[in-house]
Design a protein around this ligand. Sequence first.
Ligand code: ARG
Length: 299
Amino acid sequence: MRPFVIQSRAELAGLDLAALPARAEPQRVLMCTPEHFDVVDVKNPHMAGHIGHIDRPRAAAQWRELAATFRRLGHEVATIAGQPGLEDMVFAANQVLPGIGGDGRPYVVPSHMRHERRRGEVPHYRAWFAAQGYAIRELSADAGFFEGQGDAIWHPGRQLLWGGHGPRTSPRAYDELAALLRVPVIELRLVQPGYYHLDTCFCALSPAAALVYPAAFDGESLAMLRAVFPLVIEVPEGEASHGFACNALCLDGRTVVLQRGAVRTVAALRAAGFEVAEVETGEFLKSGGSVFCLKVMVY
Ligand code: ARG
């Protein structure tokens, strides 16, 4: 077994979740202003047929509704300015992975974006976090690709990462991340092109509950998710693919913000005791992104 990286149920059996250090959850939201958002190429299957079809005023209104929802739920929203020529910069989940060290100092790991057109986004985010006092922890040039919180998602409240790989992030990045951050990483293999980031098919709601679209994972990965989360809410196909219901954000372990219209997912969330705030992100769905993609939580 590679140090700290967990790839099977057998390796997972050796991990004592309760013994992992606690991790403070960031409470502020960072969003990137949408004035330069566009679909200019097809980086994921959801973008096909949408080149040049973004309604910018509508996108801006949806973005403002999302920011207002976060504020209404009690979370401060900071912004970073979108840049001309960086049409995907609005998806703030991807450019860095923020975390917090054992010394209480926050850090970010800058991404190594797979698509050339997205690489220019990273320096803008790096500068924003550096100005906020974050330490910058770099992956090496050999780490392969890494797309931040699109693929690397913290287990709620613990120093434990879930690491999706396949379409975007390279498994090698997790070997480096585990060593660099000294946290275990449970690797999840993504097997369908439409579920190109982990955040399109998985949402950690609380330490004990997750939204999952099962068919996006290989068998071993799904088994590891089920072994860790006592409650796995399975999202039906249409709500996961067109509705982006897994690309949700659970605030304070209680309120789930997600794209409007995922009727069965919403019913399952309410039955499990969660509150639900539905928002409209239709213009961003044309680019393969929704609620989770449009923000990064910051300390
Ligand atoms: N068009 C963007 C891309 O394909 C969407 C990124 C959405 N972000 C996310 N975290 N899933 O790169």
